[in-house]
Design a protein around this ligand. Structure first.
Ligand code: HEC
Length: 100
């Protein structure tokens, strides 16, 4: 799983560099349930530093590892970590739409 993540890592870098920093709600159509209340915590938390990854990019198990890494990135950069409520929402959203 980590090897695969490493292989596609370069692609992510390119995506982050080319992605626009200011993400507007009308540009979220590529995400499942982009119009729902459920997606809000995911968008607000995970769109701060890079483009919002499509939830089907990883299995739910893989997302668990990514979220741990992202908490570290937030600590390193002095970003506020999401509240427990936001974490719950993010988990529900990712579980629902993760790669099967
Ligand atoms: C504080 C800034 C920051 C925030 C907030 C952030 N990320 Fe990241 N993210 C990064 C950086 C920097 C990288 C580049 C890889 C690394 O350093 O781990 C990255 C890489 C990624 C990757 C590609 C690498 C991989 O393992 O697939 C994914 C997917 C990702 N982030 C998802 C998320 C999700 C989901 C959230 C919300 C919980 C999030 N990010 C929030 C900074 C952030």
């Amino acid at each position: 799983m980590f090897i695969k993540t490493g292989q596609i890592f370069g692609v992510f870098i390119i995506m982050f560099v080319t992605a626009c920093n200011s993400i507007q709600p009308n540009k979220l159509q590529y995400l499942p349930e982009y119009n729902s209340a459920l997606i809000k915590a995911y968008v607000n938390t995970c769109g701060q530093c890079h483009a919002i990854p499509h939830p089907a990019r990883h299995s739910y198990e893989e997302w668990g590892h990514v979220l741990v890494a992202m908490n570290k990135r937030m600590q390193e950069r002095g970003y506020q970590e999401p509240s427990q409520a936001s974490r719950n929402q993010i988990n529900i959203y990712l579980k629902k739409h993760a790669r099967k």
